[in-house]
Design a protein around this ligand. Structure first.
Ligand SMILES: [Zn+2]
Length: 159
């Protein structure tokens, strides 16, 4: 949850991503580097607003919520992933690029509908997965499969 990133680290991260190496961003990492528009707009495709800003309300989070999360595409990351019944910490009022490819979604009223997505960023493979607050999700078998798929896909090993 580091909103700021030092200049030297920006350059390293930008070189990494622009060289085609993939990113899997998980849960709280949507707060990372949100002082860097290129990162959250172009690469990740979403932003969690710690506080309200002109034109956008503060985002919110609430823990220990029972969530039903459904795959929403035949993207390789969610191939074979069943509907999941989790206890996790959903976020709401995130800003999400309208052209991300949504791969998981929920109808829960305390959550953004888009639970996981693939960014339209073209130079590397980038996925964001909102789930994963604590052990309740980390030990959930389908979540573990989801993360494995995402890492393999981001690394170009799952097509
Ligand atoms: Zn959390």
């Amino acid at each position: 949850m580091q909103e700021q990133i030092p200049e030297a680290a920006r350059q390293v991260l930008k070189e990494f991503v622009e060289s085609g190496k993939g990113i899997v961003s998980l849960h709280h990492a949507i707060v990372d580097f949100t002082d860097w528009p290129w990162w959250y707009q172009e690469v990740i495709g979403g932003k969690f607003y710690i506080k309200a800003e002109p034109g956008h309300p503060a985002s919110g989070a609430k823990g220990n919520i029972e969530l039903v999360v459904k795959p929403k595409s035949n993207h390789p990351i969610v191939r074979g992933i069943p509907e999941m019944h989790l206890v996790d910490e959903p976020y709401r009022n995130m800003w999400i690029r309208p052209d991300v490819q949504v791969i998981l979604e929920t109808d829960h009223p305390l959550a953004n509908r888009q639970v996981a997505w693939v960014s339209p960023y073209e130079k590397s493979r980038v996925a964001y997965i909102q789930l994963g607050h604590d052990h309740q999700t980390h030990l959930y078998p389908a979540y573990r499969s989801l993360i494995r798929n995402a890492v393999q896909w981001a690394g170009g090993r799952l097509k």
